[in-house]
Structure formats: C-alpha cells, structure tokens
Design a protein. Sequence first.
Length: 382
Amino acid sequence: MAPLDRIGSENLPPTSTAWMNPARAIAIVAVVTIHSLGTVVEENYAGMGPDWWVANGFDSAARWSVPVFIMISGALALDPARGNKPRKFLSKRVWRIGIPLVFWTAVYVVFRRFYLLPTDDGWNPGIAILTGSPFVQLYFLYVLAGLTLLTPFFRLLSVHGSRRLQWGTGLIFLGIGMLDQWVSIVFDVGEANIATRFLPMAGFYILGWVLRDVVLSPRGVVLAWLALAGAIAMTIVWAGLGPGEKPWIFPYEYLSPGVVIASLAAYLLLHHHMNTGFRLLHWFYPYSFGVFLLHPLLLYPLRNEMGLPTTVPGVILHAIVMPIVYTIICAAITWLAVKIPGVRAVFGEGGPRNPHSKPNPRVPRARKSTSAPKTDTDTTSA
C-alpha cells in the first residue's frame, strides 16, 4: 500500500472527454473482430498452423476493447459534475440499457434456438439468461446493468473520496476480479451468473474515472506503447504455448494479466492521441451501439456461408475486411432504425439523446468545464 501513500488527495484538473467518441468507434470494430475470429481461433487451434497464429495475433490485439468500453462508461457515469439524483439517473438508464437488454435478449434467444442450435435439445434459454450471458455479446448489457445499479454508490467515491481512496478502491476491485477469473477458469471453481457477472468488471469501471484526466507526458506515451505491445505479445505467446488442454481460453479473458495491462495502456493512449480531429469517427459513434447489438445477426450467417478460413489470407479477410463490412452495414441499419419512433427505444434511443447531433467543437482546455459534450453522455456502447 506504500505507493498509494504518495498519491495526492485532490482529483486531477478536468480534461476534455471528446476523445471518448472516436475511441469507442474504433473499439466497436475491435469487438466485431473478436467475434469474427473467435470460432476460427477455437476450431483451428489443434493444427496451430500459420493461419491460427495470425488469428491469435489479431484476437489478442483486439482484447483491450471491452475493458476500455467499461472504463469509458465509468469515467462518464462517476463524474461528480453530473450530480444526478439516483432515481433520475436510474430512470434514464432504463431507457438506455433496460429496454435494449430485454428486447435483444429475446431476439438472440430465438436466433440461437432456431438458427444456430435448431437440433440441440440440451440448450435451455432460461438457464442461458440466468448465466447473464444468453448470447456472445449480450453479457455486456448485463454487466452494465449491474454496474448501473451501483453507480450512485460508486459516485460517492468521486464526490467525497480522496484520489488515494479512489485508486485503492479501483485496484482492490480489479485485483479481486482477476483472482475470481483465474480461480473460476483455471480451477473450474464457481461461475458467473446474472446477479454477479458485473462484479469482476467493477475495477475497470472505477479506474475509468480515476484515469480519465491523466495526461501522458512524452515519456509516458512511449512507456504506454511499450506496455501495450508487450501485453499483446504476452497474450499471443501465452495463448499459443501456455499450459493446459486449450491454452487459448484464459489469456484472452478480459481480466487476465496481459489483457488488463493492454486495456489500461490503450485507455491512456486513446486519450492522448484522439483529443482532436477524427470527425468521421465522431459522426459514426452514435451508431456504434447498434453495431454492437446487430452484428452477430449478420456475422454468423455470412460466416457460415463463407466457411471458416484455413489460410492466412482467409484469416486476414475475417480479421480486417469482414469486421469493417459488418460494421458499415449495421451502422446503416441503425441509422435507419433510430428514425422510426417505435424502434428507437430498442436501440437505447428512447431517452433524450439525439444520435444525429454533431459533436460540439472542442473547447480549449483552459476553459473546459467538467461537463461532457452531448455525444459523450451515453454509457451503452460496447
């Protein structure tokens, strides 16, 4: 605990949050890449040929994306400047998270039951929902829902707690989450469910606020890039050469050591590199939640038609080209869908946020307040 004693008690001066929109726009493509390659990494593991190593490399390099989404959500939700009363805050999140969670859970239960597993009588949709992960990407909504319920209490840290206390709390939660994941996966002890799935990610949520206003020095940028590259290399090697029958499982988990380091480094680097510009990504960001919700409905049928790649060029196609294709198509569908009043709510647009608003011009740092631009207020983009 000695390093915590050297941390000051005051929060850092607020910085612009405009970088979060392009950061999430890039991260959603990385999420689609993970899902595009997941089956390839699993099915092609036995041969461990060049195609598998390339897939392993792309998958490992994209794993920072989900924790960064959690961190950005925490950075925005725990901002004391927002000052929402718990009832008001939670009522807004019913529109942003609750309605999409219920609707898309039903959609993907039907999709899995009648398209992916039409002959599997052993799959129970009720049990799948109780695990808090009824489909490949929907666990994120269950995680975010749990974190949302605790946000009014976590916000007491940013309002009344010293920076030292915030750091300590975030690191303790992160350490507990890492230990929980290591024990549950390596030793097959315990399993996350609908009530507990969010808890291991709480450390990322809190640290997103703690690190939000950290501005890297030139030396810090170099060190962060070295940490990111080293962590990705660790995941690649560990996934391919680690012990166990299927060593690709644990290193890819979002609370494995390599992914944790990569996520923290990526968060700081995105803040550094995306503070200005990237107008196209600002425009795209409001549709990223729709990409998150829709892309499996497009990805699985197309990949089934194409077949899993068994060559390096095929893997690159599924790692780079197809995720961009899925993203563009799903963004276009979302752009149309949120124009329809009866459909907006299932895309998290039932509340006041306007997905068509342009990003506000960046205010010079010396004059910037702690409030975020309108396009930064949503916390449901993964």
